[in-house]
Unconditional design. Structure first.
Length: 300
């Protein structure tokens, strides 16, 4: 009896398994009638798979672009990341994707064909807190680059200039030849004292154009001095950000198409309570080597 019951149980389980397998095949097989769709259904299924919808990419990150010259040390196609040894600086990570355009001596190549190379000029911008490559030019000749940041030190004896890069947050060391133009720029009110290499004092905000010297070092070809410690500036434009509690605002000045962050004491400027995003105002501010601080404010 026990053996008979066991055989009955085995036959029952076999029937259950066969039924389950048949049901699974009928529901998943692409050749069964249940998977045939009408033309309307076929169109509905194909729509999200269309190449137009899959090919759409967001625009590149907005903002000012900076050209970085250096040597490409490695390319990681899995992380979409380039390791660049910046002339006069340390290595930095730069992201790329399908929006990035790559060239070899002016000829367009697919981004995935990029390989480590001696020389490269990479046009970059910030994507949040990450550095993103807009265009990559791989060159046989020495590339040029830009560096914006604050002066850490300058030795006129050997022409050694060290700056803290605004983009990479790393130190960049450049050589400044004696004939390098050093020019104040951006503000008509920025006219008092100093001038030339005398403006390369700690805390000065500068924009440097440089090129490689073939030995992994950067040589400055032109320096724009944007601000020096103690200089006074007049900003006029539209208020784009306001934090009364922190005493901080940003103003978009259309004269040079730049946005400036200015700190102020609300107690010294009671009219600041009338400010709102979109207000037109004029702010006189001094630069202390770290930030702009308001000394006068007029709502226009």
């Amino acid at each position: 009896m026990r053996l008979g019951k066991v055989r009955e149980m085995v036959r029952f389980l076999a029937v259950v398994m066969l039924t389950s397998m048949a049901f699974g095949q009928s529901s998943s097989s692409p050749s069964t009638p249940t998977t045939q769709s009408t033309p309307a259904d076929a169109g509905a299924v194909a729509t999200p798979q269309s190449s137009a919808s899959l090919g759409e990419l967001p625009p590149p990150p907005p903002g000012k672009s900076t050209v970085i010259g250096g040597e490409i040390r490695s390319i990681n196609p899995v992380l979409d990341e380039i390791t660049l040894k910046v002339f006069g600086g340390q290595t930095m990570k730069i992201l790329f994707d399908e929006r990035t355009k790559a060239y070899v001596n002016g000829n367009r190549i697919p981004v995935l064909d990029l390989k480590p190379a001696e020389h490269a000029s990479v046009e970059t911008t910030l994507d949040g807190t990450k550095v993103f490559a807009l265009r990559i030019h791989m060159l046989t000749q020495l590339p040029q680059g830009d560096a914006r940041g604050q002066v850490l030190s300058y030795d006129p004896g050997n022409g050694r200039l060290r700056i803290s890069s605004t983009l990479s947050q790393k130190m960049v060391t450049l050589t400044v030849p004696p004939n390098t133009p050093v020019v104040r720029t951006g503000q008509t009110a920025f006219t008092s004292g100093g001038g030339g290499v005398a403006d390369l004092t700690p805390g000065a905000l500068i924009d440097v154009k440089f090129e490689g010297n073939g030995q992994g070092r950067g040589v400055a070809t032109h320096i724009d001095v944007l601000a020096t410690n103690g200089a006074t500036f007049v900003f006029s434009g539209v208020l784009t950000y306001l934090d009364l509690g922190a005493g901080r605002l940003t103003i978009d000045d259309p004269r040079d198409n730049n946005t400036y962050e200015v700190y102020f004491d609300p107690a010294e400027f009671p009219q600041s309570s009338q400010l709102h995003q979109g207000s037109h105002l004029q702010v006189t501010a001094s630069f202390n080597g770290t930030r702009y601080t308001a000394t006068a404010m007029t709502i226009e």
